[in-house]
Design a protein around this ligand. Structure first.
Ligand SMILES: Nc1nc2c(ncn2[C@@H]2O[C@H](COP(=O)(O)OP(=O)(O)OP(=O)(O)O)[C@@H](O)[C@H]2O)c(=O)[nH]1
Ligand SMILES: [Mg+2]
Length: 396
């Protein structure tokens, strides 16, 4: 979603494939200029439209991806850059032609995790072959629609857009892949001064729900209750998940044969760039005296996150390394004011208040610049010497 909370859908394809015609058809407005001259659209054109029962969208018309010459190449560059603003894409092809341009676009979309549909346009002239449809469906797992802006109404495409978006945004299980039905999971939840009065926090509630969804049993208990519980019941849980702040204490209480991880690590895997965190966290070792570290907080009102991010992690980092650092804190989705290259490391909170895509986009510039990134839970695990144990259950 863009800042305007609208779904941005970009149309991509070669010149003359019918991108502008398709936007006209989808929006029911004859606004975009359409012609049989290749290269009619030369700039990004945005068009708002309300898809009934779905969302406010902005269609982005682009110049053909096969444009050439110095000006053409600039247009192609512009089209490619626009892809990152999009939430979804329509890849328009004709004449059963899916060549290098299309493959590159599809790869870029996949890499950016932008769901897309392939529209084979002008079926009134040449119909989509079953062989190409089959090939594209198995390669990209996306809808492939044979279409004609001259003959078909747009319901087919609008329905496919809706269902693709819903499928892509369907909640995925947090730990379902680690469990079998009937497994028992310990959820270690200290009730201390930082625990909100009279309730659990969102990640704890989400985890309980996820365990129920997977037909497993959760046992919710405080650190002090671990040893008596295990002793009294003789139960050997499949997994233990703890609040990261008491990780060290809990690691000593949960027998080594029981896999142990933390709520924030589970959430980091679920949402965010787990691979980048896995690679980035141990680079705490490379930090130098006086380095600048960026702490990204995705919400501005969660008192306990604030305490962890603003006080505990900075203190623990300086204690662990024996060095002093400068910390910058940025809350919500506020802009990062300094150039990202000023930072030696970026540490992101769990991101419980923002979407996965927002979280990823927020970290991408740092990742692209080769700056190590981590998140609160993984940094805490590392600083407390339990990183390896906490990651093991995901690596096996
Ligand atoms: N036969 C047929 N022609 C179509 C269809 N859709 C579009 N066209 C024609 O294809 C030509 C190109 O259409 P545009 O919509 O301008 O294509 P475009 O992809 O926006 O092209 P550029 O802006 O040059 O990149 C026009 O002459 C359209 O009338 C279709 O379904 N069938
Ligand atoms: Mg056009």
């Amino acid at each position: 979603m863009g800042k305007d909370n609208k779904l941005h859908i970009i149309l991509l394809g070669r010149r003359n494939s019918g991108k502008s015609s398709l936007i006209n058809a989808l929006t029911g407005q004859d606004i975009a200029i359409v012609s049989d001259v290749a290269g009619t659209t030369t700039d990004l054109v945005k068009r708002s439209y309300e898809i009934p029962d779905f969302a406010s969208v902005i269609f982005i018309d682009t110049a053909g991806i096969d444009d050439s010459g110095p000006l053409g190449e600039m247009r192609v560059e512009k089209t490619r850059n626009a892809i990152s603003q999009a939430d979804m894409a329509l890849l328009v092809i004709t004449n059963n032609h899916f060549g290098e341009h299309e493959r590159q676009l599809a790869e870029q979309l996949k890499k950016s995790e932008i769901p897309f549909l392939v529209i084979h346009n002008k079926r009134d002239e040449v119909a989509l072959t079953p062989a190409l449809k089959e090939k594209l469906t198995t390669t990209y797992h996306c809808p492939v629609i044979d279409y004609s802006t001259r003959e078909d109404n747009t319901d087919l495409i609008l329905d496919a857009l809706k269902s693709t978006w819903k499928k892509d945004n369907a909640p995925k299980s947090l730990i379902g892949d680690l469990l079998s039905p009937g497994d028992i999971v310990l959820l270690i939840t200290p009730i201390d001064s930082e625990a909100p009065a009279g309730r659990l926090i969102l990640p704890q509630v989400q985890m309980i729900r996820d365990i129920l969804d997977n037909h497993c049993t959760s046992i919710v208990l405080q650190p002090e209750e671990i040893a008596p519980f295990l002793e009294k019941t003789g139960i050997r849980p499949r997994l233990a998940i703890t609040d990261s702040q008491v990780f060290k204490k809990v690691a000593a209480l949960v027998p080594p044969e029981i896999p142990l991880t933390s709520f924030s690590i589970v959430l980091a895997r679920h949402k965010g760039n787990f691979k980048a965190y896995l690679a980035g966290t141990p680079r705490i070792e490379e930090l130098k005296e006086g380095d600048r570290i960026l702490m990204l907080e995705s919400c501005s009102h969660h008192v306990s996150c604030e305490d962890i991010g603003r006080h505990k992690i900075p203190r623990w980092l300086q204690e662990y390394t024996g060095k002093n650092f400068q910390f910058d804190f940025i809350a919500g989705l506020d802009a990062i004011t300094r150039p990202i290259t000023d930072y030696a490391m970026v540490i992101q909170c769990g991101g419980c208040m923002i979407t996965g895509k927002q979280l990823k986009n927020r970290l991408q510039p740092a990742i692209d610049a080769g700056i190590p990134v981590s998140n609160y839970g993984m940094t805490i695990a590392y600083l407390h010497g339990i990183f390896r144990r906490a990651m093991k259950v995901f690596q096996d």
